[in-house]
Ligand binder design. Structure first.
Ligand code: NAP
Length: 278
């Protein structure tokens, strides 16, 4: 088994971006909007700001109180859509319950939607004519590519069908000519389906969900899950200790997919700048 080092791959992506920005002397801005006091969101936002610093992207943080109204948030997004210093807009999810997330995401200009959650960008991914790829699935593709594994013609199984991970993940694998199966909570014979996979991507959100009997010998296993185990330690969906000796490549948690998501956000922000400069 070989461990896929997400920290190293993400550092290489960020260095590639930093160099391009420096060489072309680009001025790039990313607006990061956070509403409320969610601690996990705070950590994500700080990590995104750190990545911006590494790459030479200016980050503009808008930390709004929990009681911010949907109208106030939409007004801010309107301002950011029209602010030429801002090339990308990221609204950290989840938003407080009284704000309609779909409405807010839909309000971000598709040209600045660096998370690629806006319906226009989701539709473009479906037809294979995209400006931005959603960060987590794009990061997974980078990790698979880093192993040198051929994707074309392979059996790929994605567990999870969320709009931000599972569905776009399946689409990106399909674009690279994999034969893709998407599994979810109503899938019958889940273990048998997963055991067919040459490449298995788990995005469920349950610790220890993927057991060794669900993994084909020699498979590539990508663990998107971010969970806490009984001891409160960060862990993925995969029963790492028992799966690691059965597969060819595996991502650890932490240090696998997580760092890639942020690196791909930087890539999308650079791409936004380039598209807006055409
Ligand atoms: P989500 O919206 O909760 O989706 C979870 C998916 O898992 C759903 O499609 C659900 O099926 C499926 N599922 C749940 N129980 C199942 C079961 N018993 N058998 C088969 N499928 C089952 O979660 P998400 O936003 O996609 O995130 C998934 C995980 O990835 C979470 O742990 C999250 O924290 C993590 N994540 C990590 C990153 C990163 O950067 N590393 C980024 C995003 C998310 P149904 O649709 O049928 O309910």
């Amino acid at each position: 088994m070989t461990l896929i080092d997400g920290k190293a791959v993400s550092a290489a992506v960020k260095e590639r971006i930093r160099k391009e920005i420096e060489e072309k002397n680009l001025e790039i801005g990313l607006a990061v909007v956070i509403v409320g006091n969610d601690q996990a969101s705070r950590v994500y936002v700080n990590n995104k700001k750190k990545a911006c610093e590494i790459c030479g992207i200016k980050s503009y943080e808008y930390a709004l109180p929990e009681e911010t109204t949907e109208y106030q948030l939409l007004k801010l997004i309107d301002d950011l859509n029209n602010d030429s210093r801002v090339n990308g807009i990221l609204v950290q999810l989840p938003l407080p319950g009284h704000i309609n997330e779909k409405e807010v995401i839909g309000y971000i200009s598709p040209e600045k939607d660096v998370d690629a959650f806006n319906a226009v960008n989701v539709g473009k991914i479906m037809i294979g004519n995209y400006s931005f790829l959603p960060c987590t699935p794009a990061g997974v593709m980078e990790l698979i590519h880093s192993t040198g594994t051929e994707i074309s013609g392979k059996e790929c199984v994605v567990i999870g069908r969320s709009n931000i991970v599972g569905k776009p993940m399946a689409m990106l694998l399909l674009h690279e000519n994999a034969t893709v199966t998407i599994c979810h909570s109503k899938t019958a014979n889940l273990k048998e389906v997963c055991a067919r996979a040459d490449i298995l991507v788990s995005a469920v959100g349950r610790a220890g969900f993927v057991t060794a009997d669900m993994v084909k010998a020699g498979a590539v296993v990508i663990d998107v899950g971010m969970n806490r185990n009984a001891e409160g330690k960060l862990c993925g969906d995969v029963d790492f200790e028992n799966v690691k000796d059965k597969c060819s490549f595996i991502t650890p948690v932490p240090g696998g997919v997580g760092p890639m998501t942020i690196a791909m956000l930087m890539e999308n922000t650079l791409r936004a700048k380039k598209l807006q400069s055409l």
